[in-house]
Write a protein that binds this ligand. Structure first.
Ligand code: SAH
Length: 479
């Protein structure tokens, strides 16, 4: 670590600012916000700076900088565009052993200022030690997006209640759990909705309940984890993964996605693997109800979207029937994710005016499909769970009139590093799948669009590497 991080209490302390332009005005705003008693040395002042100084009863010395100006100040900021002046300010400050920051000049600075995310009283400072200020700004932008604007008010509320909570809940673990719920439950929701009185009421009630030994209200999130690539999670899913204390997940959810969950969260696998022993849906419903009723915050993580062939509807209904709170967080469904990553447009102005999401799971459901309607042209069929039924699907579609030379594409392990794409014609579907030993999970696309596959899209760089997301979410947990 090249620099020692610190937050300075400047309230009512004399500070010196050299320079009267726009950048000096920006520095003055921060110094004055921290309560500094500000003196500005500059031949002339920018209009904004003059206004700020007048408002805060600061002093303006209207001349060039003189070495003696630094005397009696706690902190010096030099914000001029003259390197000679910056150097003289730094020399004078160093001689007097006063910390000095010269804007945009690392050699003339004995301290540097971080990029900040301000949710006062919560302030996050980010520094790369001057090595890469742009990187610090990028991280700031990400944190800005992750942290709601109401966080400052929430921190202020917590500060008002800190003593009372300490007295009521002397045990550290209990207190920690209590605060976690405050920052992530109805209290935070009320603060976010600008309802301070409601937030105070909720907090007071929660404190009484926690003092009496109640474990607090549980809640569930039914979260779509997308087809596998963690970059395809929604921001909301990422937030939930950082908050839930239990993750109940399908086997289809990729390890990369699970990696993003809170490290201390309990993980329960309830997945169904085709052909293998699996949990009955009723048992999963009962497990969710039991966990939430006992006060746990449960993330039910499902592959793709929870409401597309995910039986999420049944889980949401079971929770609702038990009167337990639940939020549905949508995800990118396999049809959409696989089509994108294989370069297959799902609709096309000329070739496909509709997309049908179809299940190929189980003989009973396949037998009930409306083949006459599925065999019509100008539509894209996206078959889920169809790997063991390719022969049947192919025969039914052709028998009902879909031409045998209709293009098809199979996307196995779509969006994951091991993704495979196999294309051909409907009449060869079973042979193709056999020859390539296609295994679940795979999507089958039938329709002209499969022939329009754009296979040679040059790879683009991902905007956020999964590792970055992980550190971002850990930052959120620390907050
Ligand atoms: N709720 C999920 C679907 C669950 S059914 C969703 O919205 O995507 C499981 C089926 O989804 C699998 O049999 C397969 O057909 C499809 N699937 C899920 N992830 C996939 C992936 N990464 N690649 C290909 N198909 C996938």
């Amino acid at each position: 670590m090249d620099y020692f991080p610190a937050f300075l209490n400047l309230a009512d302390r004399p500070c010196l600012l050299v320079g009267g332009g726009e950048i000096a005005a920006r520095k003055a705003r921060l110094l004055l916000a921290a309560g500094a008693r500000l003196t500005v040395v500059a031949p002339a002042l920018d209009e904004a700076l003059a206004g700020q100084l007048a408002n805060h009863r600061g002093t303006h010395i209207a001349r060039e900088f003189d070495a003696g100006d630094v005397d009696g100040h706690w902190l010096v900021v030099s914000a001029t565009d003259d390197p000679g002046v910056q150097r003289r300010v730094a020399d004078a400050a160093n001689r007097a052993r006063i910390f000095c920051n010269a804007v945009d000049s690392l050699p003339d600075s004995s301290y540097i200022t971080p990029a900040i995310v301000d949710r006062g009283p919560l302030v996050i400072g980010i520094s790369t030690g001057g090595a890469a200020p742009v990187l610090a700004r990028i991280i700031r932008t990400r944190l800005e997006a992750l942290l709601p604007a109401s966080l400052g008010r929430l921190a202020a509320l917590a500060s008002r209640w800190r003593e009372a909570v300490g007295a009521a809940l002397p045990e550290l673990a209990v207190r920690r759990r209590f605060w976690e719920r405050v920052f992530d439950g109805p209290v935070a929701a009320a603060v976010e909705a600008n309802d301070t009185a409601g937030a105070e009421r909720e907090l007071s009630a929660a404190l009484t309940a926690a003092g009496a030994g109640a474990s607090g209200r549980g809640q569930a999130w039914l979260v779509g984890a997308g087809p596998g690539d963690p970059g395809l999670l929604t921001l909301r899913a990422l937030q939930v993964l950082g908050r839930a204390d239990v993750i109940v997940h399908d086997r289809l959810v990729s390890a990369d996605v699970l990696d993003l969950a809170r490290r201390d969260a309990e993980r329960i696998a309830v997945g169904k693997t085709p052909g293998a022993a699996s949990c009955a849906q009723e048992d999963i419903n009962a497990l969710l109800v039991e966990l939430v009723a006992s006060g746990r915050r449960v993330c039910r993580l499902k592959g793709g979207d929870p409401f597309v062939f995910g039986r999420g509807g049944e889980e949401a209904a079971a929770l609702a029937a038990a009167g337990l709170p639940c939020e549905i967080v949508p995800g990118i469904t396999a049809a959409v994710g696989c089509a994108a990553s294989a370069g297959i447009p799902l609709t096309h102005r000329d070739a496909a005016q509709s997309v049908v999401l179809v299940t190929g799971h189980g003989k009973a459901s396949v037998d009930r499909l409306d083949w006459a309607s599925l065999a019509r042209d100008r539509q894209t069929l996206a078959f889920y769970m169809a790997v063991r039924r390719f022969t049947e699907l192919m025969q039914n579609l052709i028998r009902h009139g879909r031409p045998a030379d209709t293009p098809v594409a199979i996307v196995e392990n779509g969006t994951r590093p091991e993704q495979r794409v196999v294309t051909g014609r409907l009449g060869q579907l079973a042979v193709l799948a056999e020859a390539h030993r296609i295994a679940s999970p795979a999507m089958l696309f039938v329709g002209e669009v499969a022939g329009l596959r754009i296979a040679n899209i040059p790879a683009a760089e991902p905007p956020v590497a999964p590792a970055d997301m992980k550190s971002a979410i850990q930052t959120v947990q620390v907050v």
